[in-house]
Write a protein that binds this ligand. Structure first.
Ligand SMILES: *Cc1c(COP(=O)(O)O)cnc(C)c1O
Length: 429
């Protein structure tokens, strides 16, 4: 198909010719990188297929279980698929785990006991964990149960502070939490290989410590996952990567038998563990989401790289940089003025499949001092594997951008952001 025809469709949709052409020029330079991303997706696809095959996934797995959910075959088989795929002894994959924070809190609260200490050797964890840990006073926090917390920041150059970690580990250190993605911080995202180096070092000091990896936004970006490099648990959300944009809710924990048993007894009840918890009508979407996930993650990654290249070329600061290797799907773009952040988010919203007519407005958010603008037109509320962007209205006016469940949408949404920037005179193409 002639590119001119495609251009005419974009024009009809509301993307100017110069915006389209600017994008095409960038994409021409990204062919090789995109090929590599497709290859990773293909490997991960094969891994998923093998796990489905090994565990004999069949139509019976899609039967809807209700009530207690004893013998919920779909749920039990799915948990075997997850354990097999990610090389854990067992897994907990449930709609009753309401989100990523809940999955992380569950893994922590079930595996720590009063008097134990939790260590983060990679700096401050994700914002929502502050209440879980008790860094921010909160009812039911780990702190309230007499579980202490210690933290070692990364060195200014992004390296692990091995000396600091050695000093921080003590006889009470029971669990080490390593966050793979930078989240909304400015530190680098960790590759699985680097996580492995850190685990090796920590095990050298304390062999029996439990290592948990917050795997949010990292799944399927590479072909190995944290359990492959020695972690005891990997934890994440199903409305991010592994839900493939299809799962409407849920979280997962994959890991050792003992860690999963602890988590299951906490999620349901001691004595009931994994045996109860009907998966209701969510179960097929969990399978289908996992089946789509390698391709969805590839689409989101291409979108992140496309956006980084566009905005870096236009002179904006981007993090990670356009040419950087990726270990998660998040892209930050810094505008240094509110108009830029707002126009960018307006473009992402206008380019969304849902609520495209809605104008996002900066508004107050609990826990934030400044107003926050958010763009999200998703099929699942708050789903950040779908194309979405947000940022606080303060210096340096950075938009955090992620997702895109199809490559076509990631590309078109980013072009729409550029269109809005152009219309407001914020960029010259
Ligand atoms: C999203 C995220 C979480 C929390 O997940 P929610 O589903 O928003 O509760 C935790 N850690 C990281 C690194 C994340 O990206």
């Amino acid at each position: 198909m002639d590119k001119e025809v495609l251009k005419s469709y974009y024009k009809h949709y509301g993307i100017d010719e110069d915006v389209f052409e600017f994008g095409e020029k960038i994409l021409d330079e990204l062919k090789e990188r995109f090929e590599n991303i497709d290859r990773i997706a293909e490997i991960n696809h094969l891994r998923v297929m093998e796990a489905f095959k090994n565990n004999r996934v069949d139509t019976e797995c899609f039967n809807i279980a209700t009530g207690y959910g004893y013998d919920d075959v779909g749920r039990d088989t799915l948990e075997k698929v997850y354990a097999d795929l990610f090389h854990g002894e067992d897994a907990l994959v449930r709609p009753q785990i309401t989100c990523g924070t809940h999955a992380l809190a569950l893994a922590l609260m079930s595996n720590l006991r009063p008097g134990d200490e939790l260590l983060s050797p990679v700096g401050k964890p994700y914002d929502t964990l502050e209440s879980v840990i008790g860094l921010r006073e909160c009812k039911g926090s780990l702190k309230e149960y007499g579980i202490t917390y210690s933290q070692v920041d990364l060195l200014p150059n992004g390296d692990f502070d091995y000396e600091g970690i050695k000093n921080a580990i003590n006889e009470r250190t029971k669990l080490v939490e390593i966050q793979r993605s930078k989240g909304y911080a400015t530190r680098p995202t960790l590759s699985v290989e680097r996580i492995g180096e850190l685990i090796k070092f920590i095990r050298g000091l304390k062999p029996d410590v439990i290592v948990m990896v917050d795997n949010c936004y990292g799944e399927f970006v590479e072909t190995i996952e944290p359990l492959d490099v020695g972690a005891d648990m990997m934890v994440g959300s199903l409305i991010k990567n592994l839900g493939g944009g299809i799962a409407p809710i849920g979280g997962y924990i994959v890991g050792t038998k003992e860690c999963i048993e602890n988590a299951a007894n906490r999620l349901t009840s001691p004595g009931l563990g994994k045996e109860v918890g009907a998966s209701l009508s969510t179960i097929k979407s969990f399978y289908q989401g996992l089946f789509f996930a390698p391709n969805v993650v590839a689409s989101a990654l291409k979108g992140a790289i496309f956006a980084a290249n566009i905005y870096e070329k236009l002179g904006f600061e981007v993090h990670p940089k356009a040419a950087d290797e990726r270990f998660d799907i998040i892209q930050a773009i810094t505008f240094h003025k509110p108009e830029g952040l707002i126009a960018f988010c307006e473009g992402i919203q206008a380019g969304a499949p849902i609520d495209s007519y809605v104008m996002p407005e900066p508004s107050d958010m609990p826990g934030y001092e400044s107003k926050v603008i958010m763009a999200a037109g998703a099929f699942n509320q708050g789903s950040s594997i779908e194309l979405s962007a947000d940022g606080p209205l303060r210096e340096p006016y950075t938009a955090f951008f992620q997702g895109g469940i199809t490559y076509q949408h990631a590309k078109q949404g980013i072009l729409m952001s550029l269109q809005k920037m152009k219309e407001k005179g914020l960029v010259k193409l």
